[in-house]
Design a binder for this molecule. Sequence first.
Ligand code: DAH
Length: 334
Amino acid sequence: MEDLKQTFLDEIKSVEGLVDLSNLKIKYLGKKGIITAQLKKLSSIPPADRALFGKKINDIKQFMETEIDVLESRLKGEELKRQLLSDSIDVTLSGKFVSFGREHPINKTLSEITDIFVRMGFSVEEGPEIELDYYNFEALNIPKDHPARDMQDTFYVSPDIVLRTHTSPVQVRVMEKRKPPVRFIAPGKVYRCDADVTHTPMFHQIEGLMVDKGINFSNLKGVLVTFLHHMFGPDTPVRFRPSFFPFTEPSAEIDIGCIICNSSGCRVCKNSGWLEILGAGMVNPRVFEHVGYDPEEYSGFAFGMGIERIAMLKYSIDDIRLFYENDIRFLRQF
Ligand code: DAH
């Protein structure tokens, strides 16, 4: 027994890895191993010696198991350490660049304008970009031979169908399906056959309409001055000028003090100190007649503005075409 133990100790000393150890374990403790063979001998040993022999065999078995377990966990620990060292992550390597998208400056301006009106209780409506001549012109009191049609260089799809030249047709579409009171804005794309540094064939407008009993010009003024002060700052000067639109009477154009030169006169405001920002007016009773509202009972105001122009002023952009060239260097600035 003592020889066996000594041989085992010599052999375990020369174990170099987990494979060696596993082989050693099989050699001594496996089904056909040396210890197992000794245990099988028990039955052939005279009963008087059996207990002592059995105890010795079991002691040595236990001794071997413990030795093997201890060495196994040591070897496993060493192996793990080796693996961790060779697998180590180089945290100084540069990572993969993740590039984030950004809101387009037109959408950004649009959301800002929309937010201000939504806080004043306006809902948001939409209408089609391919529009009937009826909604784009006729119902807005612009008959076929009306000179106001010249102001809007129209793309005709057919004699009765146009690409909408403004968002005003949404006024008619909403009033047709809803009874007053109404209070909404209608943002969207519009189209005119025109192209230079301040005009593109497609651009964006926001329309606004508020109709109820007793709506008057003071309400128009209050809502629009509030909007302009939120959009451009509370101290921005605002001016109303008489104007003409077939669908409003009276009509006004609304200017703000030039935000580029602080009203002192520059190239952008053409030395006037003022920037034209909005068209507006009291809804023409003729428009109400087209949608079946009684102009004796209801009144309202409407307004419209171009988003590109506002975005250009806000971000000091001097060429409208930059918005649609998709030059990433331009878009990254917003
Ligand atoms: N639709 C006009 C245009 O595109 C802008 C406008 C002016 C809209 C006055 C309005 C308004 O609702 O009342 O030139």
